[in-house]
Design a protein around this ligand. Sequence first.
Ligand SMILES: CCCCCCCCCCCCCC(=O)SCCNC(=O)CCNC(=O)[C@H](O)C(C)(C)COP(=O)(O)OP(=O)(O)OC[C@H]1O[C@@H](n2cnc3c(N)ncnc32)[C@H](O)[C@@H]1OP(=O)(O)O
Length: 259
Amino acid sequence: MLRRAVSAFCYAAARAIPALRQRNIALPQLPFLRASLIPGLNSDYQSVTLSWPFSSFRPRDYSLPNPSWSPQMLRLYNYYNNLCEQDGEGGKKEIGPWIRLPSYNRTVKYATGGQCLSKVLQAKARLFTRNIEEEGAAFEYAMFLNTEEKAAVCVFQAGPLLEGPVGNLHGGAIATIIDTVTGALSIYLGGLVVTANLNVNYRSPIPLGSVVLVHAALEKMEDRKIYISCQVTSSDGSKLHTEATALFVKVNVGHLFER
Ligand SMILES: CCCCCCCCCCCCCC(=O)SCCNC(=O)CCNC(=O)[C@H](O)C(C)(C)COP(=O)(O)OP(=O)(O)OC[C@H]1O[C@@H](n2cnc3c(N)ncnc32)[C@H](O)[C@@H]1OP(=O)(O)O
């Protein structure tokens, strides 16, 4: 019963969000969608209270700066975060094409804003990239979307628990952050999607502890298919570490519960 209700809600939200975007209807005007997606998109919105009835408090946003972040990580975060605000008429701050994505440790919090639901549905489940609570130990990252260019940038600091070859980042961890960034962009563009194909070319090792940029951009959309390209570069863009292409396929929420 609960599963059916959750499925119906997620299905409706997954269908509604892209349709509203296509019609240029601003999501912040809609209270429950604001609750599920908008808080934390940029610094102004962090004070918005969740209005979805299951949420009595806001979940932790893991993409906000913490003491483990290096000065370089913080500088890049501030650079992209500042792009999220534009000067409007009379010096008033306006939301520009850039938005900062909040990051929770369960996808169900994205889908519903629901703290309660995330306790009921496989309570121990955690988003792979946010399952280590120790700050700085594994994936530290913040994602920014450019809604006009249909592109995303992620500022990523690789922690010591992600070691592969000695002193360097594990290839699986690199693929994971690529899947996360290209996936987030695809979800923004297409609603509920899954990765169908991910091709990764590793060009140069990424030292543990370093800060890199993950760039993702829409190549094309065809029916249910969303093609994304991706590059991981050094923080100044001078060195190419990894290149990838990804294909995401739109699904309905029932697909995720087929057993
Ligand atoms: C703004 C919000 C932010 C949120 C942030 C959240 C951050 C977290 C983000 C985390 C993100 C993490 C994300 C994750 O990690 S998702 C987890 C990993 N992925 C999966 O588990 C997916 C498993 N696969 C499937 O479920 C099915 O196979 C899918 C759904 C993909 C297709 O099965 P379905 O029966 O439904 O459809 P279809 O078979 O008719 O195919 C449809 C079309 O697609 C084409 N096709 C299919 N496969 C491939 C292929 N491999 N190469 C090339 N093409 C392929 C196919 O030819 C056809 O094209 P056409 O004939 O129509 O032209």
